[in-house]
Each structure stands twice: as structure tokens, then as C-alpha cells.
Design a protein around this ligand. Structure first.
Ligand code: ADP
Length: 481
């Protein structure tokens, strides 16, 4: 159990060295009980600036390596993370509150991006296009975009980093990462393993600090950074976009969601209950693809709701280090107040609490189901990010589609039906980047993850994921005859 301590690091990592310009430290708290997990040096924008210089200096030699050479180092990093899976999972649980079983799952999931893109490093194919005159030949090559700034949230302390830096490193980019101040320890543990894997100095930089806005600003405004990849709220995504205007920086943004989970009258109800539990309550609803609104056909509303409430009653909140726990604490007090606010608002507008409805203590909110939800309630428009499941009723396919699309967001959506025609028609009508049909868990390194509308732009994972980190160059050769 104490093995994980070997992977606890308290400093940033810049230009191949553990870096601490600042003697001031900040506490990383365990959201399950507010205990102090560790203290970390609190770096600032100046440290980010040094990391940018290091990444810029390292870019040329790293980009000149063959894809195969980069792949070998990435494969080593992958193997080291998998060898240390249990320790990383423990650190993740301690700093995020994620149940240990889910943390283990995240290590597998997050590391898989490194493995996938290590392979893709060797497959960054270009194109030969038939010439438009007899004496011309046309080639298209892909080249790494340059220094990449990655800003990541606390809800996937490992995977949100690897989803960004793996395609970047594979393509030949160098990276400056600023992880969430809530979960820097997982980030620093995998940084240590990146160092062991042998990335050349300056290729991989991790800067930890609490001053998110000035650290983000310098990444956006630096002319040495070619690209920002961000996962977090739509509000911060908009700030970063505005700050990136002066340098016309390219941005990949994975922002908020408001996932509908539509259950049609012909659906397998037990499968829908299982999918809704997994899709709603994973990490207590604190992910951007978590189910936000359950839309149920009126004919099956009662039977689905009864079964769903029963399944929710079996969920176990608690400290994620204990076996059998599947409901995590909320990340902080702000999150608690927000979730409570959604429930109070729903009650005041006629929502019925079918189970839960209140905090268990200052860290945990009871898994909650709210019946008779309506479009007037705040969670119809906003992301809940907590263990609260509102159930709406609909009577026609058209009504379901309109309800589902009535949001500024467009990340994940889910539908349950056994009707083939309906599954196609609804999937095509949903204004979302991701559709899960008869499935509540949809993330994988092999598939393109990303949203439309206010959920952002860009795709992570899959053969498409590396495209965000390359520039396309057209080369025309003339006078061949
Ligand atoms: P969440 O609700 O998931 O915490 P945020 O968008 O607030 O979403 O945070 C996501 C990441 O963005 C975190 O690492 C956070 O520290 C960082 N962040 C917050 N505000 C800013 C900002 N103004 N500029 C850059 N990064 C920021």
C-alpha cells in the first residue's frame, strides 16, 4: 500500500530537470475527507515561460527524429505506466476521490492513448495527388505543428494529459502541460515515468501551479507556442480563445456537455437502466460525457423509473480506497453548492425527488433521481457535474430529438432502441459529436472523441486525433517533362 509513495513528486519538470523556483507550496487535498495528501511547489507564469523556451529549443531535434524513434520512447513510457498501474491508481484516488476501481480503469484507458499514438507515429502518411498539368507532380506531407500547450482538468488526472500529449509527441511536437491544481500528483507521477522513458530534455514539460489564469495567458499569448489543447469548461475555453487571437493560435477545445440519454418505447429497459447508471454515476457524474438528462418515452416512464431508482439505491458512496465503493465525493465545496442548487431549483419548479436529494456530509452528495423534470429547470440547459439524474417524459420521436438538441452543447448523446431504422434516423438528427446506441460508456483510444457547438472543436483519439497536431504541406514539382 505504501508503494505509491515512491511516485509522489512535489516539483515541476522543465527542460529535463525537476524545477522549483518558488519555495511557496500548496496543499493537495483528498476530496473524500479534506486530508492533505501532499504539498507541491507552486510555480507561476515565469516557470511556464521557461518551459515554453525549453520546448521551443527541443522542437527541431525531436521533430527530426523518425516516427519510429519517437515511438520507441513512447512505448517505454506506456510500459512504465502499466508497470506502476496500482501506485498511479492509488495516487489518483487520493487526490481526486475517484473510486479505486475507476482509477485503475483510467490508468488502462489513459495509457492506451500513448500506445495507440506510438503506433500512429509510424503512420503519419501523406498523399500523392495526380498533377493538374502533364509536367507537374503534387505531394502532400504532414509536419508537426510546433510547441503545444496542454491545459487539463481534474476529472481525468491522467487520461486528459495522455489524450493530448500522445498525438502531439508522436507527430513530433514538444509539450508544455499545465495540469489542474486539484490533481497535480498523478501528472507528476507520469512525468517521472516520462523522464525514465527517455524523452530528450525540453520535449516534455510539466508546470504545476495555482495561478491558472496567468499560466494559461502566457501559453496563449506566446508566439513560440503553436497550438493550445484544452479540456475544461466552456467559460475557460472562451477565455483561451480570446487570448489566442493575437497569435492566431490553433486550438483544440474539449468543453462542457449536456448529454441526453433517450429511451424509446421499444428499448431493452434493463439494458437502459444499466447504461444510465454507468453513464450517469461514473465518478459521481463528474465527467463531460456523463448523462445530464434522461428522456423517457411516456409508455415506459413508470417501469424505467422504478427500476432505475432501485438500481440507484444500491450505489455505495464512500472513500474510494475502500472496496465496493462506486460513488465518489464531489471535488470541492463549489461543486457541492452547485449540485445542491440544481436540486433546489428543480424542487421549486415541480420536480419530484425519487431518491437522494441532499448532501450526505460536506464531501458527498447522495445519488439522486428527480422525476417530472421539465425544460424550465436549470439542468435542462446547464451541466450538472454531480450524481443527480433528472428524468424527462416525451411522447414522439420528434419531441425527443427537439428536447435532446435544445442546448448549446453537443458532446455525447445516448439512445436506447431496438428499431434499426429509428437508431439511424435519431443518430443522424442528434447535434452531437458522439452517439452511443444501446451503450452508456463510449470512450476509447481507437474512436474520435469530441464535440460540436459550445462543446468545442477538435477530436482526440483514433486515426483522426493526430490531425490536430500537424500542418499539411502541399509540394508541387514542376517542369518534369
Ligand atoms: P473544471 O470545472 O473542469 O475545473 P475549468 O475550465 O475551470 O473546468 O478548469 C479546467 C482547467 O483549466 C483547470 O486546469 C483549471 O485550473 C484551468 N483554468 C481555469 N481557469 C483558467 C484560465 N483563466 N486560464 C487558463 N486555465 C484555466
Amino acid at each position: 500500500m505504501e508503494e505509491y509513495k515512491k511516485l509522489l513528486f512535489g516539483k515541476s519538470y522543465i527542460n529535463g530537470e525537476w524545477f522549483s523556483a518558488n519555495t511557496e507550496t500548496f496543499e493537495v487535498l483528498n476530496p473524500a475527507d479534506n486530508s492533505v495528501v501532499a504539498r507541491v511547489s507552486n510555480e507561476n507564469a515565469q516557470a511556464v515561460s521557461q518551459a515554453i523556451d525549453a520546448a521551443h529549443a527541443a522542437f527541431k531535434p525531436w521533430s527530426k527524429k523518425s516516427g519510429k524513434e519517437r515511438s520507441v520512447i513512447m512505448q517505454r513510457w506506456y510500459a512504465l505506466i502499466m508497470e506502476n498501474k496500482e501506485s498511479i491508481a492509488v495516487i489518483m484516488t487520493l487526490e481526486s476521490g475517484k473510486p479505486l476501481q475507476e482509477s485503475r480503469g483510467e490508468v488502462d484507458y489513459g495509457a492506451a492513448f500513448i500506445q495507440w499514438f506510438a503506433e500512429e507515429a509510424k503512420r503519419l502518411y501523406g498523399d500523392i495527388i495526380p498533377g493538374y498539368t502533364a509536367d507537374r507532380r503534387i505531394m502532400v506531407i504532414k509536419q508537426p505543428i510546433g510547441v503545444v500547450g496542454a491545459i487539463t482538468p481534474w476529472n481525468f488526472p491522467l487520461a486528459m494529459i495522455t489524450r493530448k500529449v500522445s498525438p502531439a509527441l508522436a507527430a513530433g511536437c514538444t509539450v508544455v502541460i499545465r495540469p489542474s491544481e486539484e490533481t497535480p500528483l498523478t501528472a507528476l507521477a507520469i512525468t517521472h515515468l516520462a523522464e525514465k522513458a527517455g524523452f530528450p530534455k525540453g520535449v516534455f514539460n510539466m508546470v504545476v501551479g495555482t495561478d491558472a489564469s496567468s499560466m494559461g495567458k502566457i501559453l496563449c499569448e506566446s508566439s513560440l507556442v503553436s497550438k493550445i489543447s484544452f479540456t475544461g469548461s466552456t467559460r475557460v475555453g472562451q477565455i483561451l480563445s480570446t487570448q489566442s487571437v493575437s497569435t492566431l493560435k490553433k486550438l483544440s477545445l474539449e468543453l462542457g456537455g449536456n448529454a441526453p440519454f433517450i429511451i424509446f418505447e421499444d428499448a431493452d429497459i434493463d439494458a437502459a437502466v444499466k447504461g444510465a447508471i454507468a453513464g450517469k454515476f461514473r465518478f459521481s457524474g463528474q465527467t463531460c460525457v456523463c448523462v445530464n438528462r434522461i428522456l423517457v418515452h411516456e409508455k415506459i416512464y413508470e417501469i424505467f423509473t422504478d427500476k432505475f431508482v432501485k438500481a440507484v439505491s444500491e450505489l455505495k458512496p464512500g472513500n474510494g480506497m475502500q472496496e465496493g465503493i462506486n460513488i465518489a465525493p464531489l471535488i470541492n465545496k463549489k461543486a457541492m453548492d452547485r449540485v445542491e442548487g440544481f436540486v433546489e431549483d428543480a424542487i421549486s419548479k415541480g420536480g419530484k425527488i425519487l431518491i437522494g436529494g441532499k448532501r450526505i456530509n460536506e464531501n458527498f452528495f447522495a445519488p439522486t433521481v428527480i422525476g417530472d423534470a421539465t425544460a424550465a429547470m436549470n439542468f435542462a440547459k446547464e451541466e450538472i457535474f454531480g450524481p443527480v439524474a433528472p428524468i424527462f417524459k416525451f411522447s414522439t420521436d420528434e419531441e425527443a430529438i427537439n428536447l435532446a438538441n435544445d442546448t448549446i452543447y453537443g458532446l455525447a448523446s445516448y439512445l436506447y432502441t431496438n428499431d434499426l431504422k429509428r437508431s439511424w434516423k435519431i443518430s443522424e438528427a442528434l447535434e452531437y459529436g458522439i452517439v452511443g446506441i444501446n451503450e452508456g460508456l463510449i470512450s476509447s483510444e481507437v474512436a474520435p472523441f469530441g464535440g460540436i457547438k459550445h462543446s468545442g472543436s477538435g477530436r482526440e483519439g483514433s486515426k483522426y486525433g493526430i490531425e490536430d497536431y500537424v500542418e499539411i504541406k502541399y509540394i508541387c514539382i514542376g517542369n518534369i517533362e
